[in-house]
Design a protein. Structure first.
Length: 563
């Protein structure tokens, strides 16, 4: 292994009086070489200069180890580095302390692939890479945890509540101005600020703080099922059904229960993959989560069975001012729960019985791995086997859910193309589109699947009530829109370099046909090949653009605003 000449890490560590062996320094240099190369591909770090990287990455990662050890607070195994990014401080610490078992948690796939490559190339047997965006229901066992340039202190501590046992410590690498975060963290009674170490980063005038929090209590346990019922407004329901098992499940439903306790269970192994669009499509299943959404969709599913075709009318706030009708996509497949059956679902016992819905009780650890949003509430497994997204073509205007708008309100009818790959963005955009009466959403190959659990949750369920059409890539959209009957005059493209201001679109558009609004892809905008009326939102100088959902809200508000 030959160190590169860009940076002599040993010089900076000597300046900080931090000693490493020749082999350890060699590994740091190799890591640095890999980092520089990867930086050209995916921008792993924003620092490029030798001094900046030497001091603000390597010294900043390792010097705190010395301070913690001198204070009698050494890191203990296993140690979780939450939000490891490009490997700081986790990789340098793993090299400097080979006896310390490091668990690097990072949610961005490209960065975890890089970290895996570093682990293999450097032979770091004490490193485990966990490719996951941590949520509060996750449990990654560790005695100590660290975080540098990640989230706020209270948000990070809440995420980690189940990962550290009582007596464990969480150490934050922070700048000098974090008093507000410290004050906010006082509301978390299971954490105590044990030490606040102030120091100056060697070789600079930069002030730093190490904040050491100790885990002092278990997370607040849920009340027992009997206590929940006794204190709830549903006590009469509970007494009628008799809570005869420890979870609080009504006796009338216990014959519906199946139990899964092994992670090797084939169904559980499939359900674990439901945070990926390709597996949602392949398995024809998704997961609905949330204390509000799960009961709402159970009721709606029963109403759909009683009414015949699964169609739901959402006037006003639900589906927009046009009162458009949208199909309810899919149906319930099973209700998944763990240690406690919540009192909110007791009044839905008759609904669950009428639907013939299987109830599946999972071991707590297995349930947490399916609760992607950390709701700690039963999950509704949702069947999508009969759901089809038709291709965008000339038959678009004949689709059932849009016929009434297309015929009676032709001039004000609209569809929306959303090439958004981020689930939260797509979900929020669909919710916004529903509120403004958009008749249908056109997806492109760049779009995340609209039935992804995070899309459903961020859309407040609207993504399961919207009608969709599938286009090819965004670059192919011009041809496909033309085939579907949307000429150039029928398209309004939101683009930061649009030649017209947003509020001019009403006077500039001279077509009396339905309109297709088009948003750009996150970070990349719209291709030049896509023709139409390009409009922009007037924003203050120095701000490059608004996020997708804020832009869409402005666009649709202007569309709905009376002339």
């Amino acid at each position: 292994m030959n160190p590169i000449e860009h940076l002599d890490i040993a010089r900076y560590l000597k300046e900080a009086s931090f000693k490493l062996s020749a082999e350890q320094l060699q590994k740091l240099q190799l890591f640095h070489a890999m980092l520089r190369k990867e930086n050209e591909r995916i921008n792993v770090t924003r620092l490029y200069g030798a001094d900046s990287m030497g001091r603000k990455h390597y010294v900043d990662s390792l010097f705190p180890l010395k301070l913690l050890e001198e204070a009698g607070l050494p890191l203990e195994s296993p140690c979780m580095d939450l939000g490891s990014g490009g490997g700081f401080p986790g990789i340098p610490i793993a090299i400097a302390r080979p006896e310390l078992k490091m668990r690097l948690v990072e949610g961005r796939r490209k960065r975890t692939e890089f970290l895996e490559a570093v682990k293999q190339e450097l032979g770091l047997q004490n490193v485990e890479i966990i490719s996951r965006k941590l949520n509060p229901a996750d449990q990654i066992h560790c005695k100590t945890a660290i975080s540098r340039a990640f989230m706020s202190i209270p948000d990070t501590l809440e995420l980690s509540a189940l990962s550290l046992a009582v007596g464990g410590t969480f150490v934050f690498w922070k700048g000098p101005d974090c008093d507000e975060e410290i004050r906010a963290a006082r509301a978390l009674h299971q954490w105590k600020l044990e030490r606040d170490l102030h120091y100056v980063l060697p070789g600079t005038k930069d002030e730093r703080r190490l904040l050491v929090y100790q885990r002092v209590a278990d997370p607040s346990d849920l009340d027992t099922a009997e206590e929940q019922v006794r204190n709830s407004s549903h006590a009469d329901i509970a007494s009628a059904d008799f809570l005869s098992d420890r979870t609080g499940l009504p006796g009338a439903l216990q014959s519906h229960v199946q139990i899964i306790e092994s992670e090797s269970n084939p169904r559980f192994k499939d359900w674990q993959k439901l945070d990926q669009s390709k597996w949602i499509r392949k398995l024809g299943l998704t997961i609905i989560s949330g204390r509000k959404l799960v009961p709402e969709f159970l009721r709606e599913a029963l109403e759909s069975l009683a009414d015949g075709p699964p169609e739901t009318e959402r006037p006003g706030d639900g589906a927009g001012s046009n009162g458009s009708r949208h199909i309810l996509q899919g149906k319930p497949a099973a209700l998944l729960f763990s240690d406690t059956y919540p009192s909110e679902l007791l009044e839905l016992s008759s609904v669950i019985k009428s639907l013939g819905l299987p109830l599946i009780r999972l071991k707590a650890d297995l349930f947490r791995r399916l609760d992607f949003s950390g709701t700690r509430f039963p999950l509704l497994l949702w069947n999508l086997e009969t759901v089809r997204i038709p291709p965008l073509d000339a038959s678009l205007s004949n689709q059932s859910a849009m016929t009434s708008q297309w015929e009676s309100q032709k001039e004000s009818a609209a569809v929306l193309m959303l090439p958004l790959s981020n689930p939260e963005n797509l979900g929020a955009a669909i919710r916004t589109a529903t509120a403004f009466g958009i008749a249908g959403v056109i997806l492109t190959n760049e779009s995340v699947y609209p039935f992804h659990p995070l899309v459903i949750r961020s859309s407040a369920g609207a993504s399961l009530r919207m009608e969709y059409f599938q286009c090819g890539t965004l670059k192919e959209a011009d041809t496909e829109l033309h085939r579907a009957g949307f000429g150039k005059a029928d398209r309004i493209l939101l683009h930061q370099d649009g030649e017209h201001l947003l509020y001019e679109m009403g006077t500039l558009r001279n077509s009396r046909n339905p309109v297709c609004f088009v948003l750009g892809q996150e970070g990349q905008g719209l291709p030049e090949e896509l023709q139409g009326l390009r409009v922009r939102i007037p924003i203050a100088p120095g701000i490059e653009s608004l996020n997708a959902v804020a832009s869409l809200s402005a666009l649709l508000y202007e569309w709905k605003r009376p002339s």
